[in-house]
Design a protein around this ligand. Structure first.
Ligand code: FES
Length: 141
């Protein structure tokens, strides 16, 4: 039996991710381009957004770390949210139920998947970012 080398290990992990066995986790974006200053996310290669509850994380110069969340099956059924906590600016992390703002930088706030605040000390939800969507792409201005 052949030994498992680094390349095969990495390919195996990619295959597991492609099969959707990372359910409930945020997925790093691929197929992201900038067109006339707008960020365009190709939905054909970002399969995490095929299902309601899917999450894609990426960083863009204008907003920093953001997430695209599939909120419904409609063509525009997404939320695009800034992952900087509105309390004191820590970056929130994906949790099983949405987003949390853990110590040491955060103070325990919790947010729904669409960014709505659930538990303080934050008093506002994660900031929404304007976008447009088609069957092929989500575009962030
Ligand atoms: S910075 Fe997020 S709860 Fe304080």
């Amino acid at each position: 039996m052949a030994a498992l080398n680094r390349r095969n290990f990495v390919c195996g992990i990619a295959a597991i991710a492609a099969l959707g066995l990372t359910k409930g986790k945020a997925v790093a974006a691929t197929g992201v381009t900038t067109v006339k200053g707008k960020t365009v996310i190709d939905l054909a290669v970002n399969k995490a957004l095929n299902k309601v509850g899917g999450v894609l994380e990426l960083s863009i110069a204008k907003y920093g770390k953001i997430a695209v969340v599939r909120t419904s099956t409609g063509v525009t059924g997404y939320s695009v949210i800034n992952l900087q906590c509105p309390h004191q600016g820590a970056i929130v992390k994906k949790s099983s139920a949405g987003w949390s703002c853990p110590p040491p930088r955060g103070h325990g706030a919790e947010f729904a998947l669409n960014g709505a605040v659930k538990v303080g000390p934050a008093t506002d939800g994660l900031r929404s970012i304007k976008f447009t969507a088609t069957k092929k792409a989500v575009t962030i201005a």
